[in-house]
Write a protein of this length. Structure first.
Length: 97
């Protein structure tokens, strides 16, 4: 579920809203999710490259915080996505009034 403010935001592209919805579906109680890019791409019906572009745009606009995760041997794990809103109310992204 997305807050109405996001659903009605005309500056967000449909694919960006879709990505937020996918991430929201995977998010835990702390608004954190870590699905693979391929999983997000498949849910959106786009290529992994396009999914990365969408996620980059959301990160740049402050809707999602992205943190790289690494395993005990330094291996790269999936990215940790922290939603900058909760599913019941909007938390303004940094730099937005």
């Amino acid at each position: 579920m997305l807050p109405n403010h996001i659903v009605r935001d005309p500056s967000l592209k449909l694919a960006e809203k879709g990505a937020l919805l996918v991430l929201s579906g995977y998010a835990d109680k702390d608004n954190q999710a870590w699905p693979a890019t391929g999983t997000i791409a498949q849910a959106l019906g786009v290529s992994e490259r396009q999914a990365r572009r969408i996620l980059n745009a959301l990160s740049e606009r402050g809707y999602v915080q992205r943190d790289e995760r690494h395993g005990p041997k330094g291996e790269r794990l999936t990215t940790l996505y922290t939603l900058r809103f909760d599913r019941w109310g909007f938390v303004r992204p940094p730099g937005h009034q």
